[in-house]
Design a protein around this ligand. Structure first.
Ligand code: PEP
Length: 253
């Protein structure tokens, strides 16, 4: 059975004191509240070891925001799958639209990163999604299909089962504009049907597909109630415990 997941992408926010404080708040919240979903965070790379120490009993999953497609070597500023594995991180976000936009990340590179992560036992959270122009011109299904195929369809069935997909329409990230639950469900069902066509329904049904793009406490429950939406990748609203915890509670009845 696929998992429900609420994952927070902290992006480039918080100094070490503030990061430690939010992690401590999250740990306290997790200890005091039963949650109906897994809770993951992707803090800046600098704080990953601190996060692993704070969440030593895996109360919260610890993810990097990106990782290198290469194993090791002269790649200044990068972190490798091996490094992440060595600090017992759980996985990495791969192909976030901000990496695509500002760092020229392609689906071909994402494919290598996903493979590199899986080879080290890490969970890749592969992000895809269309731009506003692509949606306006009715190309959203086609764009997401091409992204999914290029980044993931060289994997074996056993490998793809371990991937988490985050559908994040670029026009909804950090803009306050959210896809309607119906718009998100349409794409999630589309992604799942592409996987089913290639790998079979059983494999497709095991893959968690998260929605990302201005999820907030007041829209989380409705978004998460869609049949093919298995949780959220949360940006801005993951930076305050009050908001993030309410989003987590979107999975409570
Ligand atoms: C994100 O960065 O993955 C994201 C969804 O951001 P926000 O929730 O702020 O739109």
């Amino acid at each position: 059975m696929r998992k429900n997941i609420v994952a927070g992408n902290w992006k480039m926010n918080k100094n070490v004191i503030d990061a430690q404080q939010l992690m401590a708040q999250l740990l306290e919240y997790k200890k005091e509240n039963a949650t109906n979903c897994e809770v993951w965070i992707a803090p800046p790379a600098l704080y990953l070891m601190m996060a692993r120490d704070i969440f030593e009993n895996n109360e919260v999953g610890v993810f990097s925001q990106d990782m290198s497609e290469f194993a090791a070597g002269a790649y200044t500023g990068e972190i490798s799958a091996d490094m992440l594995q060595s600090i017992e991180a759980d996985g990495s976000i791969i192909g976030h639209s901000e990496r695509r936009q500002y760092h020229g990340e392609t689906d071909a590179a994402c494919n290598k990163k996903v493979k590199a992560a899986l080879d080290k036992g890490l969970i890749p959270v592969y992000c895809n999604g269309e731009t506003l122009e692509q949606r306006k011109s009715g190309k959203h299904l086609e764009v997401v299909k091409a992204q999914t195929e290029e980044a993931l369809f060289t994997l074996s069935a056993e490998e793809i089962k371990k991937v988490v997909i985050a559908y994040e329409p670029v026009w909804a990230i950090g803009t306050g504009e959210t896809a309607t639950p119906e718009q998100a469900q349409e794409i999630h069902a589309h992604i799942r049907s592409l996987i089913a066509a290639k790998y079979g329904q059983e494999v497709a049904d095991e893959i968690s597909i998260l929605y990302g793009g201005s999820v907030k406490p007041d829209n989380a429950k409705e978004i998460f109630s869609q049949p093919d939406i298995d949780g959220g990748l949360i940006g801005g609203a993951a930076l305050k415990i009050e908001d993030f915890s309410k989003i987590i509670e979107g999975f409570n009845n």
